[in-house]
Write a protein that binds this ligand. Structure first.
Ligand code: NAD
Length: 293
């Protein structure tokens, strides 16, 4: 049994921490939200009223926070209090620069650290089937693996410090762009008198195939589990897609990468979000592209 501190017990962190408890670990949790603490306590997490108490004696510290700003604030507060040799795993989605700064803070204090953002959403967090994309040393990855295996179904060591966050934003930039492309194609097909099913049957088995069509088709019908069949309830909310696209744009600017479609996708999801659709699944952008929203 390992003593684990879990900081950030929200939609993702709550169920991830609960899975660590189910696997037999002692999990001490902290969150600024009373509601999150109550749910976590009901799931067997020993909730603390201060972050300092949560990290006391912890061998592993997992963070699942909204952004890089929150992550660095927490690390600055707790890193000096953590026992030497402990392992820090940050699974939040944050900008690459903050992730690297967090690694530096850990290294200065003699702690192992891993950036390990996830994909798979709230459903994957609850089911323990998340995909982890990790950045950090081989030693940190090896130490984290037993815990990542409890919370997820797949773990990829992407490279050194920040590589997990880099993989996450590149993947989500592909997803954001491809969903717009798929939405435009279905809208065009409709105007040309082609049925949704006919385009799906062709494109899902031809060179247009991609996850946005095959697994998450943005029109009702062809893929019964896609949010299009459930009034575009997320799934993956537009506001979160926009957050990740902005992180990708920030990263692209910092290294001089040319990402014209990434920039255009950020602008389009920004418009969708500004139209009050931030809580709608990101695949719902098909309706804005059509001109219905
Ligand atoms: P959330 O808002 O539900 O949870 C974040 C939690 O952090 C909140 O409960 C908040 O009170 C807490 N918090 C903020 N500052 C804190 C502090 N200083 N100390 C302690 N707790 C603090 O968000 P979420 O959906 O759980 O997402 C968490 C992270 O995971 C984000 O970075 C998000 O981008 C990423 N992510 C989310 C999803 C998803 O589908 N929700 C999927 C993949 C990745």
């Amino acid at each position: 049994m390992t003593t684990i501190a879990f900081i950030g017990l929200g939609n993702m962190g709550g169920p991830m921490a609960a899975n660590l408890v189910k696997a037999g670990h002692m999990v001490k949790g902290f969150d600024l939200s009373e509601a999150a603490l109550e749910t976590a306590a009901a799931n067997g997490i020993e909730c603390k009223s201060a972050v300092e108490t949560a990290v006391q004696d912890a061998e592993v510290i997992v963070t699942m926070l909204p952004s890089g700003k929150h992550l660095l604030a927490v690390y600055n507060q707790v890193v000096p209090l953590i026992s030497t040799g402990a392992l820090l795993i940050d699974s939040s989605t944050v900008d690459v620069a903050s992730a690297r700064e967090a690694h530096d803070l850990a290294a200065q204090a003699g702690l192992k650290s891993l950036d390990a953002p996830v994909s798979g959403g709230v459903g994957g967090a609850a089911a323990g089937t998340l995909t982890f994309m990790a950045g950090g040393s081989d030693e940190a990855f090896a130490s984290a693996l037993p815990y990542l295996e409890i919370m997820g179904g797949k773990q990829v060591h992407c490279g050194d410090n920040g590589a997990g966050q880099a993989a996450k934003i590149c993947n989500n930039m592909i997803l954001g762009i491809s969903m717009i492309g798929v939405g435009e194609a279905f809208n065009l097909a409709e105007k040309l008198g082609l049925s949704h099913q006919a385009l799906f049957d062709v494109a899902s088995t031809s060179s247009g195939q991609c996850w946005s069509i095959n697994s998450y088709c943005p029109v009702p019908g062809p893929v019964p589990t896609s949010p299009a069949n459930n009034d575009y309830k997320p799934g993956f909310a537009t506001a979160l897609m926009l957050k990740d696209l902005k992180l990708a744009q920030e990263a692209a600017a910092s290294v001089g990468a040319n990402t014209p479609l990434g920039a255009q996708a950020t602008q389009l999801y920004g418009l969708f979000d500004a139209a009050g659709q931030g809580g709608v699944d990101f695949s719902g952008i098909i309706n804005m592209l059509k001109g219905d929203e």
